[in-house]
Design a protein around this ligand. Structure first.
Ligand code: MG
Length: 254
């Protein structure tokens, strides 16, 4: 099932995407789904970020090849950091390039896990029970600030630096999905989620030992090798097998 969040006119709703239509659901997608009966052609609605999380927890250097391209060995334990909820944008929204503050903004295509229920200290074997589904993410990063600051809050925390979408796929098996990032149609990252050093159950177990996860929270699972810069005017797309494609343009920040 594909759960989208969309607007039409002044209304914002969640809905289930079926073919080229979206069937609106009442309230939120956690727990039992109740259809309102309203249905719209997909081309008539605007897809929004599929969820507004209370927090985004991200994993650094979780593909060995990417750790090496960043000049380090893969870490033994997952490296976790967070992005503010205010960084989240939806498909088709612009990534605002803060050109007064950074000269190097990189894309990082990533598989995102959407948490479905409040949980903590979840053993890996029970992780499927707490997941609503999966979506595509771009962990946009001001690489020069990341290196200068020595920690990553500023580099990864700008408004618009966490595109999510286009929807939440609830049926995907995250263990071996193709993930591809293109810039202006050219492939820059191409990998499979089977190359994750710490897989989704291990990550949720690890993160939930630290903090309570709430419905809608996002876990970014790390980016493969091939990161590189974006320029104003670029179009960047993250495609994950059986989920979909998230596309955003890069615009100058006002
Ligand atoms: Mg990342």
């Amino acid at each position: 099932m594909r759960i989208a969040r969309f607007s039409i006119g002044d209304e914002v709703a969640f809905g289930v995407v079926e073919g080229d239509t979206v069937a609106a659901i009442a309230a939120h997608p956690f727990g039992e789904i109740r259809f309102t009966g309203a249905r719209f052609p997909l081309e008539k609605v605007r897809l929004l970020a599929p969820i507004l999380p209370s927090k985004v927890v991200a994993i650094g250097k979780n593909y060995a090849e990417h750790a090496r391209e960043m000049g380090s060995e893969p870490p033994v334990e997952p490296v976790i950091f967070s992005k503010p909820s205010t960084a989240v944008i939806g498909p088709g929204e612009a990534i605002a390039y803060p050109q007064k503050l950074t000269q190097r903004v990189d894309y990082e295509g990533e598989l995102a896990v959407v948490i479905g229920r409040m949980c903590r200290e979840v053993p890996a074997s029970r992780v499927p029970e707490v997941i609503l589904g999966y979506t595509c993410a771009n962990d946009v990063t001001a690489r020069d600030l990341q290196q200068r600051d020595g920690q990553w809050t500023r580099a990864k925390g700008f408004d618009t630096f966490c595109p999510l979408g286009p929807w939440i796929e609830t049926r995907a098996d995250p263990s071996d999905l193709a993930i591809t990032t293109t810039v202006n149609g050219e492939v820059h990252q191409s990998a499979r989620t089977s190359q994750l050093m710490h897989d989704v159950p291990a990550l949720i177990e690890y993160v939930s030992q630290v903090m309570t996860l709430l419905p809608g929270d996002i876990i970014l699972t790390g980016t493969p090798a091939g990161v590189g810069p974006l320029e104003i005017g670029d179009e960047v797309s993250v495609t994950i097998e059986s989920i979909g494609t998230l596309t955003n343009r890069v615009a100058a920040r006002d």
